[in-house]
Design a protein around this ligand. Structure first.
Ligand code: R5P
Length: 290
């Protein structure tokens, strides 16, 4: 099997190639002077199965992926699978009048490129899976927490949209679940409230899919500490960590944040943040399919 790495997360692609004993395809991803993407696949892979690794956290990542796919198709590869650890534009998945169903647009573009299969991780909501008409493998992340979550933790959903995800983790570890009520304020900030008591001296563990500005997690930590929580930790699969997110986290009441490498965050370092690799999880699936 061959792995083709986009430029969005090369370290993850290398880790997956090593764990699956796949050959990493030699390629160049360069830029023209105006910033346009210029692709060259140097190896010959005609009639081979190729798995591309490209996380999608910016529009350029999507364009680059489409060009990589086109370059592979020109070589007449047998099958193209795409590992998309983070699928962007998934948050507008429940449109009100006048809003687009954004993930549908992204998925349509991907499918039109002629790929055969998508492998993805912790989508914003499971109903996004129904938008695919090609085979899609969706992976949850509970298993990544097996050495982290302790038997006396309380699992916390930071908002109504995250209850199913947090419930899955609570069930996996047989732990209680508490759900916070989050309201998005006009300023882009969020306000969180928690009706129930009973968290005094508890170790709370928040589960979320995305951490972007960090407001959701920091606000949830405030509410939990106000309710008497002894410690508050969080796990967010996809660490966008935009703008002042790191600063927000460092100044917050959150004790520790676990993220994954679904998005390359190597330039964003904090003592409060640990990164868990998703490569073993994805590689296990690929190895099982061999
Ligand atoms: C919301 O629906 C998501 O699950 C996350 O809670 C949200 O995207 C986190 O964003 P931020 O870190 O900016 O609060």
């Amino acid at each position: 099997m061959y792995i083709l790495s986009g430029s969005s997360n090369e370290s993850l692609a290398k880790e997956i190639a090593s764990l699956t004993k796949a050959k990493l395809i030699d390629r160049n991803v360069e830029r023209f002077s105006d910033g346009e993407i210029k692709i060259l696949i140097k190896d010959s892979v005609s009639n081979q199965n190729v798995t591309i690794v490209q996380t999608l956290s910016s529009s350029n990542h999507l364009l680059e992926l489409l060009f990589l796919i086109e370059a592979l198709k020109a070589q007449k590869v047998k099958k193209i699978s795409v590992i998309i650890p983070y699928l962007f534009y998934s948050r507008q998945d429940n449109p009100k009048i006048g809003e687009p169903l954004s993930p549908k647009v992204i998925i349509k573009i991907l499918e039109a490129s002629g790929i055969n299969e998508v492998i993805c991780l912790d989508l914003h909501s499971k109903k996004i899976l129904n938008l695919f008409s090609i085979p899609v493998k969706h992976m949850g992340t509970a298993r990544l927490l097996e050495n982290i979550i302790k038997p006396d933790y309380v699992i916390i959903a930071p908002d109504a949209g995250g209850v199913n995800r947090a419930r899955n983790v609570a069930k996996h570890f047989n732990l209680p679940l508490v759900s916070i009520k989050k309201t998005r304020l006009k300023s882009g900030k969020v306000s969180s409230t928690l009706e129930i008591n009973g968290l005094k001296d508890k170790d709370c563990f928040i589960i979320d899919d995305i951490i972007d500005s960090g407001n959701t997690i920091c606000e949830a930590a405030n509410v939990l500490v106000d309710k008497g929580a002894k410690t508050v930790q969080a796990f967010c699969t996809h660490a966008l960590l935009s703008n002042k997110a790191i600063q927000n986290i460092e100044n917050s009441k959150l004790d520790h944040l676990f993220i994954t490498n679904s998005i390359d965050t190597s330039s964003k370092i904090s003592k409060k943040i640990s990164v868990i690799s998703i490569a073993p999880l994805i590689s296990e699936y690929i190895n099982l399919k061999k």
